[in-house]
Design a protein around this ligand. Structure first.
Ligand SMILES: Cc1cc2nc3c(=O)[nH]c(=O)nc-3n(C[C@H](O)[C@H](O)[C@H](O)COP(=O)(O)OP(=O)(O)OC[C@H]3O[C@@H](n4cnc5c(N)ncnc54)[C@H](O)[C@@H]3O)c2cc1C
Length: 370
């Protein structure tokens, strides 16, 4: 296992490497190998890209493929590639596949970007975005700063935490957020699933195939689709506690119990389990542009029909936006739309710059193309 010196991605079994002064360097793709040999100036902080895409899920990766096809000079920055879809055990609603797992779909997206439609990319977290006149600056957690004339924010959503005693302490020691990764660790054991929506009921269905007992603890009556609720109610190993809150996750070295309290009667009960799967929804990762673009009451980035935000040059796509429907196919479609809109924006910008106008002359949100 090694790290690609250009993009910082962990690479395994890669055919792309080069020997320099008795040292072997490994790369994720031919594109990064060539960048290492020829075009490193792109990674200097005074370089101005046409476009920076922030994110590594379906929205960002699709935007990246489109940007590559349009030959936009693009940098994609992501904490990791794949996005939430990596956690999905069964994707049955992505066109072209009757059935595909999250990891398989991630592999296909990643291959399409890195090997067929290469763009520069960095594995890092973006902390902040600022505007200085004609370009936008993107600040990374590793201290680097990159600049571009346009941005696509496709940072998706992150899981909510319970914020109860024990949750932090027992992470990776019984407190889990991904059924795909962690369910096999609890075969034959008793677990709690916290939550009452579709993610929770899907987790219960999955866990009940291998666990001895699955307790469902939901603050409200279950809110998942009726079909999903009926399915888990019929499972003999499943016991449901609606209108209960989780008070504490406890144990010595690992999770040994979860204490719950009824909201109506204030009765407390201890469930002796070795794991808890937290499935209580998501929040949009919009903090990095919160001061620049308008957000709605849920913290989602408000976008127009062409994925433009209220800030000229900043576009957004996928689950981080207020677009209707949180699905892979919708996020991908929005990513494509955003890249098409950026190409048009950059062309208009070039025309304006030729005619001597400034960036602040970009169309106001209410005049954006429908
Ligand atoms: C368990 C589970 C199962 C699902 N199953 C399905 C299904 O079967 N079918 C379906 O259609 N949808 C499913 N979904 C929903 C689907 O995964 C999402 O709608 C989709 O992934 C959204 O894509 P996105 O690109 O907008 O964001 P995400 O997939 O959330 O990707 C966001 C990306 O941005 C990166 N990022 C975040 N913040 C930063 C930052 N500050 N700096 C740099 N990078 C950052 C993340 O690392 C990630 O790569 C499922 C979701 C989950 C959690």
């Amino acid at each position: 296992m090694a790290r690609d010196p250009v993009c910082n991605m962990i690479v395994e079994d890669t055919p792309y490497f080069v020997d320099v002064e008795n040292k072997r360097y490994f790369f994720c793709s031919q594109g990064c190998l060539e960048a290492f040999q020829h075009s490193r100036e792109k990674y200097l902080s005074n370089y101005v890209f046409d476009l920076i895409i922030v994110g590594g899920g379906p929205a960002a990766l699709t935007a990246g493929v489109y940007a590559s096809i349009f030959r936009l000079d693009t940098l994609l920055i992501a904490q990791s590639l794949g996005g939430q879809a990596v956690d999905s055990t069964k994707i049955k609603n992505y066109m072209g596949f009757d059935f595909i797992t999250g990891p398989e779909l991630k592999e296909k997206f990643q291959n399409q970007l890195l090997h067929k439609n290469y763009i520069a990319h960095q594995i890092a977290t973006v902390n902040k975005v600022t505007r200085s006149n004609s370009y936008l600056s993107v600040y990374l957690d590793n201290g680097k700063i990159y600049r571009a004339r346009a941005l696509i924010i496709a940072t998706g959503m992150s899981r909510n935490h319970l914020n109860v005693p024990g949750e932090e302490k027992f992470q990776r020691r019984g407190v889990c957020y991904s059924v795909v990764q962690d369910a096999p660790l609890f075969a034959g054991q008793d677990v709690v699933v916290a939550g009452g929506g579709n993610s929770a009921t899907q987790a219960v269905t999955e866990l009940s195939t291998t666990c001895r007992k699955v307790y469902v603890v939901s603050l409200t009556p279950l809110t998942a689709d009726t079909e999903e609720i009926l399915k888990i109610m019929q499972l003999p190993k499943v016991e449901i506690f609606e209108k209960h809150q989780i008070e504490e996750i406890g144990g010595t070295d690992r999770v040994e119990f979860v204490r719950i309290k009824s909201i109506d009667h204030q009765t407390v009960r201890q469930l002796d389990v070795s794991g808890i799967f937290v499935e209580i929804g998501f929040y949009p990762n919009s903090g990095l542009v919160a001061g620049l673009v308008e957000l709605n009451e849920r913290g989602e980035i408000k976008i127009g029909p062409d994925c433009s935000t209220t800030h000229p040059g900043i576009f957004a796509a996928g689950d981080v936006t207020d677009a209707f429907g949180k699905r892979i196919i919708i996020a991908s479609g929005e990513g494509a739309k955003a890249a098409i809109a950026v190409r048009k924006y950059l062309n208009q910008l070039k025309m304006k710059e030729k005619n001597g106008a400034s960036i602040s002359d970009s169309p106001a949100p209410e005049n954006r193309e429908k």
